[in-house]
Design a protein around this ligand. Structure first.
Ligand SMILES: [Zn+2]
Length: 213
């Protein structure tokens, strides 16, 4: 196989190859000929062979399907661990696995996640690895985030003044949308600025709340 070969087919072709292998029973040889790739690459795309000689980042890109729009979640197509998070082996047999969204954050930022920090989802979709939907926080942030998203059972639902979005004023909403449009602000940074969780920011930016403003 090879890094010289066409490892990266278009996403549509990868889906089609995967489907034909698993649903139509096409062989790797047939698919290799049909898509102009090597047999082993066809096996890798079908998910039945581990690529060799690829970097961790290259293996990551083989397993993720980006959403169509820039704000869409990126689906993880390979193994998941508990709680639905994507999982990928670091490399060597003894190196263990890394959560796929954590690796995505590292690839996007070009550095390791700072010690003591977790990579959290603003989209509340565990298998998503879109770095735009990821931010770092402490475990305490994680718990607060879960509470804010209603994943922890509380005595009563968050409505009215208990609703995080209700902490915002119309002026806040106008300003944060302007800041976001201007670029350079992440949901997490805006959340810190306005004292609400990233999910609330995402909803405001995407006009799921404050629709009429
Ligand atoms: Zn997402």
């Amino acid at each position: 196989m090879g890094r010289k070969g066409r490892v990266c087919l278009e996403i549509e072709d990868r889906h089609e190859l995967h489907r034909r292998y698993h649903e139509d029973g096409a062989t790797a040889e047939t698919l290799a000929a049909a898509f102009g790739i090597s047999r082993s690459t066809a096996q890798i795309i079908a998910g039945v062979r581990q690529p060799r000689g690829l970097t961790l980042a290259e293996r990551y890109w083989l397993k993720v399907v980006r959403g169509e729009g820039p704000d869409d979640c990126w689906a993880w197509t390979a193994r998941t661990s508990g709680f639905g998070y994507g999982s990928i082996r670091r490399g060597g047999a003894k190196d263990g696995s890394v959560p796929a969204h954590r690796l995505s954050w590292e690839i996007a930022h070009g550095c390791e996640v700072p010690a003591g920090m977790n990579v959290l989802h603003s989209c509340d979709n565990p298998p998503c690895t879109n770095p735009e939907h990821l931010f770092t926080g402490t475990q305490l942030d994680n718990i607060r985030d879960c509470v804010a998203k209603g994943r922890f059972v509380s005595r009563r639902p968050a409505y009215g003044e208990d609703n995080h979005a209700a902490k915002l004023t119309r002026a806040d909403v106008d300003e944060m949308r302007a800041l976001y449009r201007g670029g350079g602000w992440t949901y997490a940074q805006l959340g810190a600025r306005y004292g609400v969780c990233s999910m609330s920011i995402l909803r405001v930016i995407k006009r799921r709340t404050w629709v009429a403003v």
